[in-house]
Design a protein around this ligand. Structure first.
Ligand code: NDP
Length: 475
């Protein structure tokens, strides 16, 4: 019997994906650069399903049914190219190579184009949910050709997370669309985590709550509209006590957040596409700032305000919940705008409602909230921003006073809330009748003759700023 799919790269992600496939009754061919991982998988988990261990590229390819479907789950970057080059020559037209690692979508576009020339389908696929997700049901975001999804889709939908019976997997769009959407998913994840971290800092800094108390607050929030994986694990982390010292775990961890790079990619591409994703950008910068040890050490003695505790603690905690929810809506609105922009730039025609739907389960940003996001985009696929959609519009309306008062309190007490602040500034800028961008245009025309457009007439104009008359000319 041949395998319906093969996995090469059997570190934690590949191994768990292979086991997930086997547990769902699929015969899985196994391969890894070093044989040890393959042997270990079969020794430890061989009884979970039908595995065909192989120890050479040729043996791996020969173990597969046609069209052959190979999932590559290796270190992103050069290793992925090396593995593609190892297998592509052994495959035949119509076969499918899946890259399920965290590739940059531009690499995926390049690889897809090159393999298409050779008659092979290349499917860059986002997989979210970490190692637990890979084993028990991740959120899967495959790009590539429609045709490749005909054979691959049923397998991936089978092993993906399910929410209300619906699989957390859908064909995102051609070539790099899947990895692009996974990238934005991670960018949103950064923003969401930063907002939650700021909420913690506010409850601690303004109210003097202990981590365990804040864990309780998060647990309560998790029973409402903020119900999500990230809030749930935040409560767990905050409630955890360090065994060695008896201190709250969060107090013994170095306060320098690291990053692997997908958040940074999201911001870089956001800049290239000209999409304002300030919430994601601030979250990436906040991690960079936290890691700037020298800069922070040098700045530690700078003056700040005296911290006066807040009188109405419960009221303030409720306000933080509202501010968090409103800021979260902004972060997601920005992320979905980036997907819209990427889709328009690369001709992907991405269904935003379908994306929100497959993020409801399996992935790190899974949340009840995504039900409403799904509904919003399903009702109006071309929605310009989530902020104007029914329930979300109402939520930000209800949050107005709380949102502003929380940001004002943070500023007054000197608690850094870049996420909350930028979300509110974005919101106010979007709804503004007029922006000071008009003045910026005037400045640009003054020093660089960059021209401007008028509100009352068509065309571009330049004012001769250097002459006393300052006459205006059509440009
Ligand atoms: P790693 O990223 O640590 O990669 C290790 C695997 O890559 C091993 O199987 C290793 O083989 C193989 N490998 C490395 N270099 C080469 C090479 N030049 N040629 C052939 N094989 C090579 O493994 P993970 O399981 O953590 O992640 C796999 C992919 O999934 C990555 O792209 C990662 O970004 C992505 N991902 C990871 C998540 C996570 O939570 N860890 C979540 C979502 C995606 P060998 O055993 O021989 O060294």
């Amino acid at each position: 019997k041949k395998a319906s799919i093969g996995v090469t790269g059997l570190a934690v992600m590949g191994r768990n994906l292979a086991r997930n496939l086997a547990r769902h009754g699929h015969t899985v061919a196994l391969h890894n650069r070093s044989e040890q991982r393959t042997r270990e998988l079969v020794e430890q988990f061989g009884d979970e399903g039908d595995f065909i261990p192989t120890y050479s590229a040729q043996e791996f390819v020969d173990a597969l049914d046609r069209p052959r479907q190979i999932v590559i789950m290796v270190k992103a970057g050069a290793p992925t190219d090396a593995v593609i080059e190892e297998f592509a020559p052994l495959l035949e037209p119509g076969d499918v190579i899946v890259d399920a690692g965290n590739a940059h979508f531009a690499d995926t576009r390049r690889r897809e184009a090159a393999l298409r020339e050779r008659g092979l389908h290349f499917v860059g696929t986002g997989v979210s949910g970490g190692e637990e997700g890979a084993l028990h049901g991740p959120s899967i975001m495959p790009g590539g050709s429609k045709e490749s999804y005909e054979s691959l889709g049923p397998l991936f939908e089978d092993i993906s997370a399910k929410v209300d019976g619906a699989p957390c997997c859908t064909h995102i769009g051609p070539d790099g669309a899947g990895h692009f959407v996974k990238m934005v998913h991670n960018g949103i994840e950064y923003a969401d985590m930063q907002l939650i971290a700021e909420s913690f800092d506010l409850l601690r800094g303004a109210l003097g709550y202990e981590p365990a108390q804040i864990a309780e607050v998060f647990r309560t929030w998790n029973t409402g509209r903020l119900d999500s994986y990230l809030i749930e694990i935040t409560a767990e982390v905050l409630a955890h006590t360090d065994a060695a010292t008896g201190k709250p775990f969060v107090d013994i961890v170095t306060d320098q957040a690291e990053q692997k790079g997908t958040g940074r990619w999201t911001v870089q591409i956001g800049l290239d596409l000209g999409v304002p994703i300030s919430g994601i950008a601030e979250a990436v910068f906040a991690r960079s700032l936290s890691g700037s040890a020298g800069l922070r050490a040098a700045s530690r003695g700078l003056p700040g305000p005296t911290r006066v505790p807040i009188a109405d603690a419960t009221g303030f905690a409720d306000d933080v919940e509202r501010a968090l929810y409103a800021s979260k809506i902004v972060a997601y609105a920005q992320g979905f705008n980036q997907i819209q922009a990427g889709g328009a730039e690369y001709g992907w025609d991405i269904d935003l409602g379908a994306v929100a739907k497959i993020w409801r389960g399996g992935c790190i940003i899974r949340a009840k909230f995504l039900d409403d996001v799904t509904a919003a985009f399903s009702a109006e696929p071309g929605l310009p921003t989530l902020l104007t959609s029914g329930d979300f519009r109402k939520a930000v309306e209800d949050a107005q006073d709380a949102w502003r008062s929380v940001v004002a309190t943070a500023v007054k007490l000197g608690i850094p809330t870049p996420g909350f602040s930028t979300a509110l500034a974005y919101y106010d800028a979007l709804r503004a009748e007029r922006l000071p961008a008009a003045l910026v245009q005037g400045q640009r025309d003054y020093f660089g003759a960059h021209t401007y457009r008028r509100v009352d007439r068509e065309g571009s104009f330049h004012t001769a700023w250097a002459t006393p008359e300052r006459a205006e000319h059509p440009a």
